[in-house]
Design a protein around this ligand. Sequence first.
Ligand SMILES: Nc1ncnc2c1ncn2[C@@H]1O[C@H](COP(=O)(O)OP(=O)(O)O)[C@@H](O)[C@H]1O
Ligand SMILES: [Mg+2]
Length: 243
Amino acid sequence: MEPLTKTETSSQRADRSELVLTALDVTKSYAGRPVLRGVSLELHAGERLALTGPSGSGKSTLLNCLGGVDRADGGSIRFKNRALEALDGDGLTEVRRRDIGTIFQFFHLLPTLTAAENVELPLQLNGVAPAERAERVHALLKRVGVLGRAQALPGELSGGEMQRVAIARALAHRPAVLLADEPTGNLDSRNGAIILELLRELSDETGTALLLVTHSGAATHICHREIHLRDGLIAGVRDKDAD
Ligand SMILES: Nc1ncnc2c1ncn2[C@@H]1O[C@H](COP(=O)(O)OP(=O)(O)O)[C@@H](O)[C@H]1O
Ligand SMILES: [Mg+2]
């Protein structure tokens, strides 16, 4: 597969020292039960950070708070220069729409839209002109290896193909950060490995930071750093470059 072209990525070829996401002492409870008990982390442009921990340790909750899907109860989350807690609902939606891409274990493609239409949707929402939308959708589907499936509905695709389409959709609007919640959790090991390699290559090509929630030890190998969460607290940080 060819890498994305320069013009495709130049606007987001980022300074790798740039801090894109900062969480400071983030707390969150559900029905009075603490789920996040003071979590702090930093994510730089182009960095791949694995978030690991047992089921129920708060990984998805943290990802949802960082992505502005859910509101933290306390602490601060800064996305580039904007504190999410200072934004109203519309402000949060705008940050999500412009700066964040998300992929999930169960793909979450819209079932009545074709693969190409799923990828185009975030561009429509961001007001990108039709000709440029078509160009970007084509380049992305080609890059992730499913151009031949552009007109297929999600129900006609395999799991691996669906996740490729979902990755194309998540990157279409050139977000600064890609949040991935167990993206290989519903794939066999071969397809899981392909998806991880694709994520590694695409974050290198585009400078998009990746926060990867994973159960799988294999998935942490594509990351520069690993944060281990236990009972809503960071129990360990491992710098993979130092191994
Ligand atoms: N919307 C919710 N309402 C109530 N409890 C929730 C909700 N979301 C998550 N939880 C609880 O918070 C804890 C952490 O969940 P989660 O963040 O999904 O963990 P993980 O992704 O690490 O498995 C779990 O005990 C879960 O039951
Ligand atoms: Mg989870």
